[in-house]
Design a binder for this molecule. Structure first.
Ligand code: AR6
Length: 171
């Protein structure tokens, strides 16, 4: 039976590095050489081979997405994307954040991925207001899934309570 767009999206509270999906998304920075937050957790869990592959990628611009293997993670692949640094909302932040989701999903389709998990890109160190970020995450994902049938499951994996509440509002 064909699933509708809403049935393909779910929200989970927890640690994205534990998920056995085809790909998890990393909220990285433009160097792709690791950092704090979810980026640090993913590098720690995947192991040093991840950094070695990231060194070959030549960085990543905000809103773009690049893929690596998952190494020691249960997920087969990691899609690295770079959110906008929040500067009040008039510096193309919504456009850049939407691009993070659509470019990650496009890359997933290209690589024949069926299940993908996203963290709350931008909602930590980069300061994106959680309610606005959640709206963009859901709208971009729903619009994408309505146009592409290949992806069967999108999981938003949320670590902290405040952001989790904002995402719950979107269901
Ligand atoms: N699983 C899921 N979500 C997590 C995890 C985890 N293991 N750990 C943290 N989060 P952030 P950003 C949540 O700061 O705002 C890095 O240093 C976290 O609570 O990781 O896009 C990069 O290198 C928050 O809700 O990403 C960049 O320099 C969300 O993930 C910069 O931070 C995103 O927070 C990117 O900042």
């Amino acid at each position: 039976m064909k699933k509708n767009v809403h049935d393909k999206i779910e929200i989970l509270r927890g640690d994205i590095t534990k998920l056995a999906v085809d790909a998890i998304v990393n909220a990285a920075n433009t160097t792709l050489l690791g950092g704090g937050g979810v980026d640090g957790a993913i590098h720690r869990a995947a192991g040093p081979e991840l950094l070695a592959e990231c060194c070959t990628l030549g960085g990543c611009q905000p809103g773009e997405a690049k893929m690596t293997r998952g190494y020691r993670l249960p997920a087969r692949f990691i899609i690295h994307t770079v959110g906008p640094v929040w500067r009040g909302g008039n510096q193309h932040e919504p456009l850049i954040l939407g691009n993070c989701y659509s470019n990650s999903l496009n890359l997933a389709v290209e690589k024949e991925i069926k299940t993908i998990a996203f963290p709350a890109i931008g909602c930590g160190a980069y300061g994106y207001p959680a309610d606005q970020a959640a709206r963009i995450a859901f709208k971009t994902t729903r619009d994408f899934l309505a146009m592409h049938n290949q992806i069967q499951r999108v999981i938003f994996v949320i670590w902290d309570e405040r952001v989790y509440k904002a995402y719950q509002q979107m269901l």
